[in-house]
Design a protein around this ligand. Structure first.
Ligand code: CTP
Length: 424
């Protein structure tokens, strides 16, 4: 339908980006394919008034498919159509962009120049395997446009960048390259690796740490890439490859995936399985917090802010050092479970986990014990029981219940009779 709508207006329509790559890969491996993101580019129009072609096409499609939501981005350059059928079902996202032909005025219907404008569009992209286009409009519908050798790279299983400056222009492409390499089982082509190392050595962190330089800011894109990587099943290999390339420096120049951080991340997985089977915590975010927590205390808050993490995460990382000193100092002294509970219940689960990861076994066990055993212990009598025993509701109730809980935790109260005696 989209290609008919484009054809009617005398435009060309192309499927570009990840969908073409994944289609060709699925074809080569006879695998199944589930596409939820479709990138389309409209091109080949003749009037400068048509620069909003992508948006016009999206509007026309939305009229045909009223269930789709229409979003228009930027200065009439791109639009998106969104099908959000059901929260349980996969949604479909169709981006429609206009090839940037306004810089390339050309006479009508000159196929070579038409091709050069889609070529320009593809040349601005990250890797050859992502710079393929499938023509959807006739004539030659179904033709693959491969200006940069993407098909050969797909066959050779390699990630190759289109030009030397690509990573300098957009350092988050380093993370994208690693993500595709690990996800697809591809190698990073040697020259591309050189460009990555060059970009990193030329002080990439100074750029990724700058705030509000561009829209969308580099940091937002870096955070998005980190999210993609850290929530994928292959996150460990991706992190290892990022470290091998020196690319963790985009997060902070001192960040290394050393054996201590590797140990902590392994422990974190065990701990998430144990303490968060319902996945109430956001696991990719916990992994990122643990990575940032590995930095020196003075850097943590700044890095978390740069990456625009959620307020809670920033707070955990800013407070980690103080909380750690307080908790470790106290736990080493405490003799009673009630003291442990009274202290640790003031802290979020996330910060306790971060502290446990960084602590010696004795402290870690105490925190684990708190999280698995002590938090589940209830006082033997509750508010209703107190009422039944004839205590009038009063502000002291909370104190009485607290005292009962402390007695229960410390083993001084083991049954109802002992609880009543304790209150008396
Ligand atoms: N792109 C780019 N540089 C970036 C981000 C995106 O050149 N920093 C281009 C690539 O051509 C990419 C397309 O925009 O194929 C769409 O981006 P995105 O949806 O993020 O990537 P996909 O390739 O579709 O990857 P995925 O399958 O992970 O969604």
């Amino acid at each position: 339908t989209a290609s008919q709508a484009a054809e009617k207006r005398g435009w060309h329509l192309y499927l570009v980006g990840g969908a073409v790559r994944d289609l060709l890969l699925a074809e080569a491996t006879a695998g199944t394919l589930m596409i939820t993101d479709i990138d389309l580019v409209v091109d080949g129009f003749h009037k400068s008034a048509d620069v909003g072609a992508g948006v016009e096409l999206a509007k026309a499609l939305q009229e045909m498919y009223p269930a789709a939501r229409l979003e228009i981005h930027g200065a009439f350059q791109t639009a998106a159509l969104l099908w959000h059928k059901d929260p349980d079902l996969d949604s479909l996202w169709v981006d429609i962009a206009t090839a940037r032909t306004e810089f390339y005025p050309y006479p009508a219907a000159n196929p070579e120049v038409e091709a050069s404008s889609i070529r320009q569009d593809l040349y601005r992209r990250d890797f050859t395997i992502n710079a393929l286009a499938l023509r959807l409009t006739p004539p030659r519908a179904g033709e693959l446009l491969d200006f940069f050798g993407g098909l050969l790279d797909l066959k050779a299983k390699q990630i190759r960048v289109l030009h030397a400056n690509s990573f300098i222009e957009d350092p988050t492409r380093i993370y994208r390259g690693v993500r595709f390499a690990v996800r697809l089982g591809f190698a990073i082509e040697p020259r591309t690796e050189e460009y990555i190392r060059y970009a990193i050595n030329s002080g990439v962190y100074d750029r990724t740490a700058q705030t509000n330089t561009k829209t969308p800011a580099l940091q937002t894109r870096l955070k998005t890439e980190l999210k993609h990587i850290l929530e994928a099943p292959y996150w460990r290999s991706a992190l290892q490859l990022l470290d091998d390339l020196g690319a963790l420096q985009c997060i902070h120049p001192t960040l290394k995936l050393d054996s201590e951080l590797t140990r902590q991340l392994r422990l974190l997985e065990r701990c998430l399985r144990r303490f968060d089977p319902q996945q109430n915590l956001i696991h990719w975010q916990m992994r990122l917090e643990a990575i940032i927590a590995h930095l020196a205390p003075t850097h943590r808050g700044k890095v978390a802010k740069n990456l625009q993490l959620q307020e809670d995460s920033i707070k955990h990382l800013q407070n980690l050092a103080t909380a750690k000193t307080e908790i470790i100092g106290s736990l080493l002294k405490y003799q009673h479970h009630s003291q442990v509970v009274k202290l640790l219940r003031n802290y979020d689960l996330e910060i306790l986990i971060l502290i446990a990861l960084q602590s010696q076994q004795k402290i870690r066990r105490q925190i684990w014990n708190y999280l698995t055993v002590l938090t589940n212990i209830q006082p033997i009598l509750n508010g209703n029981d107190l009422k039944k025993l004839g205590y009038k509701p009063s502000p002291q109730y909370k104190q009485m219940l607290d005292d009962l809980l402390a007695g229960t935790l410390d083993g001084d109260i083991t049954n109802q009779r002992e609880a009543e005696e304790f209150l008396a």
